[in-house]
Every structure is written in structure tokens, then in C-alpha cells.
Design a protein around this ligand. Structure first.
Ligand code: SF4
Length: 315
């Protein structure tokens, strides 16, 4: 099921679709979303949507330890609404499912989608079922700049909240030059709160993927940004700066085990085993690396990485 789910105990992410209306250059699912490009070969789902959804639901029915599910992609805005509604209704019939989050950047980039009659009606039925079942259902969106918080985004969010969705939360990505000063980040958060009723929640460090080095921050810069935004927003609306460490998962920016600021290498550990690591005695002791962009390092750090480069092959 790789590419279709990622599990850790009581929390499960399901990738219901591999397309997206946005195709961000910094896509955090670059290994899955869209077609292969010269820089990245994408994974492909091997089964039809119906087969995959049935398998996911079947697994959840047999796995009562799973409490909360992220329904993600790609983007749920690209799933035909009847298909999405049927999947969510079945999901809410499973007694152990208590929390559902729907992931869509489309809410910001394509709010018109969520204002269509058939989508509004389906979301209303979904909210009613969630209320009847006592399930918390929320939408997670992805806004990176204050200018993206348009009146239509605010209107779509208001409709969703009025139906009884628990929350609409923002998971943005820190992009140098876009939102990585104290002023830009606070302005975005206040726009989200005051003009769209969206809860600032996370800001992810941009992933280490091809062609996004110019956007990325160092861990030291991310920690400074977290420091600089504290105390301005209500505590519940102060976003956490977060790193998605390869093979570890989500960590708050300061949670590294060690950090070599000269070489720009931070070291991270896990606090849980996935099913794949159940028999791995070293799983919790192993240290995983996250690398700062080389251009953010002091001269001796840049020199270290220059020496690591293999000499160019000449004819
Ligand atoms: S919205 Fe999310 S899934 Fe879509 S391209 Fe951007 S980061 Fe990737």
C-alpha cells in the first residue's frame, strides 16, 4: 500500500488521489503528485480508486487502534464530490474513527469549487453525519501569503464552518522571499484569522526536493522565525514551525537531537515504530539527518561541502 497510506499507530494518512489543482514547485508530495518529470520519477497507484478506497476502509474496519484519519492527496478538490462523499460516509460508519481531516489547497486556490451547489450540499450532508456520529471533521488548507486570502476564500470557509465543520486550519510552507520575515508571517496569520476564519496551525520547512533550494531555510533560521512570532497572536493561533524529517516524520523545529551549525546537519530521532520497523531494535536510537541549504552556512561549512563534491569527469 505504499503511496496510498502512511501509518503510525492511531493516526493514518490516506492519499485518495495523486493529482492536484495547484502543482506547487515545492510540493511536499513530489514523489507522488502529478506525472513524472525529468527530475523526479513519480510513484503510481496500481489500483482503481474504488479498489483502493475499499481496501482502505476494509483495513480500518479491521484495525480498531486507528483513531484519526487524514484524507489527503494530491488534493481532495480533485476527487469527484459523489466519490468523496461516499468514501467519507463509509469512513464515519467505522466506530473507532473519531477525527477526520480533509486536505485541500484548492480551498485557497480554487474557492469557487467549494461554492458550487453540489459540493455545498455534499459537504452539508457530511457535516450532519459527523455531528450525528460525534466525529470531529475539519478541513486543512495551504496558504502561504497574505495576498492569497481573498474574499472568496473567506466566503467558502464561512460556508464550511457554518455547516458545522470543527475547524479550517492552515498548513503553509515557509518559502524564502514569500513569508519568511516576522512581518510577512504575522501579516499572513492575521489575514487568515480576521478575514477568513482560518486557524494558523503549521508552517512546514520546505522539503529537500529538486529545484527548491532557493526557498528553503536553515534550521537556525526556522527557529529564529518561530521565536520572532511568539506573543503577537493568541496562543491557540500561533503556528508551529515544523520539519518533515525524511524517514522520521513531523517534528517541531527545535526537537533535533543534535545540530552541527557549521556543516548545517541536524540529527533527529523517532519516538514510535511503524509496522515496517516492528522488529528493528535500533529504530528508536537511529539518527536521521536534515540538511540546511549550503548557501546559509558560514564559510567553513560551505568549504566542507565543496570538498565533498566529486571532481567533474573530463574526457
Ligand atoms: S497543494 Fe499540496 S499536494 Fe498540491 S502541489 Fe502543492 S504541496 Fe503538492
Amino acid at each position: 500500500m505504499w503511496g496510498e497510506s502512511g501509518e503510525k499507530g492511531a493516526n493514518l494518512s490516506y492519499f485518495v488521489i495523486a493529482t492536484c489543482p495547484q502543482y506547487c514547485g515545492h510540493c511536499t508530495r513530489m514523489d507522488l503528485v502529478g506525472n513524472s518529470v525529468p527530475q523526479v520519477s513519480k510513484h503510481k497507484f496500481e489500483h482503481s480508486p474504488k479498489e483502493r478506497y475499499d481496501a482502505m476502509l476494509d483495513y480500518l474496519r479491521k484495525t480498531p487502534r486507528v483513531r484519526d484519519v487524514v484524507v489527503s492527496g494530491g488534493d481532495i478538490a480533485n476527487v469527484p464530490i459523489a466519490q468523496l462523499e461516499a468514501f467519507l460516509m463509509s469512513l464515519m460508519d467505522i466506530p473507532n474513527i473519531r477525527d477526520i481531516r480533509l486536505a485541500t489547497k484548492g480551498l485557497q486556490g480554487l474557492p469557487q469549487h467549494f461554492l458550487q451547489d453540489e459540493v455545498l450540499k455534499a459537504f452539508d450532508r457530511i457535516a450532519q453525519r459527523a455531528h450525528a456520529r460525534g466525529v470531529d471533521i475539519a478541513v486543512h488548507t495551504h496558504v502561504n501569503h497574505a495576498n492569497q486570502v481573498t474574499p472568496l476564500v473567506g466566503k467558502a470557509v464561512r460556508k464550511i464552518l457554518d455547516m458545522g465543520f470543527r475547524d479550517v486550519r492552515n498548513q503553509g510552507v515557509l518559502l524564502r522571499g514569500v513569508n519568511t520575515t516576522q512581518k510577512d508571517l504575522l501579516e499572513l496569520c492575521f489575514m487568515l484569522l480576521d478575514c477568513a476564519k482560518i486557524m494558523p496551525y503549521y508552517f512546514y520547512m520546505a522539503d529537500m526536493i529538486p529545484n527548491s533550494e532557493h526557498w528553503r531555510l536553515s534550521i537556525a533560521e526556522g527557529m529564529k522565525l518561530q521565536h520572532d512570532i511568539m506573543g503577537y497572536l493568541p496562543g491557540f493561533a500561533t503556528p508551529r514551525v515544523t520539519v518533515d524529517v525524511p524517514y522520521v516524520g513531523k517534528r517541531w523545529i527545535h526537537q533535533f537531537a543534535d545540530y552541527d551549525r557549521v556543516k548545517g546537519i541536524s540529527y533527529w530521532t523517532k519516538n514510535y515504530r511503524t509496522i515496517l520497523e516492528a522488529d528493528d531494535a535500533n529504530a528508536l536510537a537511529r539518527r536521521y539527518e536534515y540538511l540546511d541549504p549550503v548557501y546559509t552556512l558560514p564559510p567553513e561549512g560551505r568549504d566542507y561541502w565543496r570538498k565533498q563534491q566529486k571532481p567533474a569527469v573530463t574526457a
